[in-house]
Design a protein around this ligand. Sequence first.
Ligand code: FAD
Length: 419
Amino acid sequence: MKQKLILIGSGMVGARFIERLLHEAPDTYDIRVFNKEPTGGYNRIMLSPVLSGEKTLPEIMTHDHDWFEERDVHLQASTEVVDVDQHAKTVTTDLGAVYSYDKLVIATGSKPFVIPVSGADLPGVVTFRDTRDVKIMLDVSDADQQQPHKKLSAVVIGGGLLGLEAANGLMIRGMDVTVVHRGDVLMNMQMDAVSGELLQKSLEDKGMKFAMSANTAEILGDTCVTGVKLADGQVLEADLVVMAVGIRPNVGVGNKLGLQLNHGIIVNDQLETSAESIYALGECVEHRGLLYGLVAPLYEQAQVLAETLAGKPSAYQGSFISTKLKVTGISLFSAGEFEDSEDAESLVYQDLSQNIYRKIVLKNNKIQGAVMFGDVTGSNWIFDNLVTQNDMSAYRDTLVFGEGFQPSSDKKAEKEAVA
Ligand SMILES: Cc1cc2nc3c(=O)[nH]c(=O)nc-3n(C[C@H](O)[C@H](O)[C@H](O)COP(=O)(O)OP(=O)(O)OC[C@H]3O[C@@H](n4cnc5c(N)ncnc54)[C@H](O)[C@@H]3O)c2cc1C
């Protein structure tokens, strides 16, 4: 008899987990998957290229119904798990159906945060999380193309990674776009003041407008959105408002189960929650006090949990993360601790006439962080050395440049070896 495993949520990490589990422990579990969205799984990251027109929705589907069927996994899409009973070991769906499990895996991701201002629930106000959001944005921007004499306006609230990708997509679709950002540096989680300014200038050159250090007071409109009022009284016209002001772990199921929670569902190195036979992974979890909002570390979690459930020794020990922006023509890279500090040294190369800025922060000759704009040559190498914490003394002279990472002595030795 196979054990019954239920997965709640087949987003990017849930679907990857199933793939890895089928690989690590084929024929071990009878697997049932519930997903609130109408699909099995798609590449959420690629919603930005869909918005900008570089991809289509069918092209980003990764795990459709056939994928599950071919692997004998029961997928119930468009189905929300609304209740769970830890003692009876059952889940209940929004249709009232009850299913029992031996092992339960929660991968419910995050919910986009919506600023609680008046008008936030008006038609034409969307977040940027799923295919439904993108379809609404595409509908509005398509209407824009059908009225060539009137350029429609979009306001994107939030100048972080997602906000800028949404703004770029809408601009490419022909809309007049203003980004409202609370801080004075764009992508302030990933950029310092200099790189943030270069980023803003590059986007302004493409036609994007900005209201910096600005707070949203109210979203205006009667039957649908017509504008955004800022705290200083300024009113921005808007046919579409995109809220991209951050995400919150979706811990609803964990709450119902009475699991130990902080910001996310707390898990140990084996991705076990505080309850027996219940595991969690992805954006909904908190591991060693950290939450991750990028897929690379979450895919590591998927592998560890697959191995754990295959009975193999495995442990997730946390991850370093790096960021890139998916806006054509803009290269930036950011990882680790890149702000100046008393006990760290900053190596900086900048050529502002060329919009190039590269900064690497070292502590005891080990890379703590890096931020690069305009020229990201060698960023993978920098990131690898950040993760491995290699001693970079031998590379100091050339470290900050795109080329010449190897000290001349190494190069000479390499040339001799090749000869
Ligand atoms: C526009 C956009 C661009 C991004 N770009 C990048 C990028 O460039 N690089 C990067 O690393 N990351 C990027 N991300 C973040 C990345 O997509 C997430 O980190 C990743 O999707 C998290 O995976 P997850 O499986 O934890 O959550 P999700 O992918 O959100 O999946 C969770 C799933 O669970 C379902 N669910 C929730 N509750 C229930 C329930 N009760 N019952 C049934 N189903 C439920 C949801 O419907 C959803 O399908 C981007 C995200 C967005 C939105």
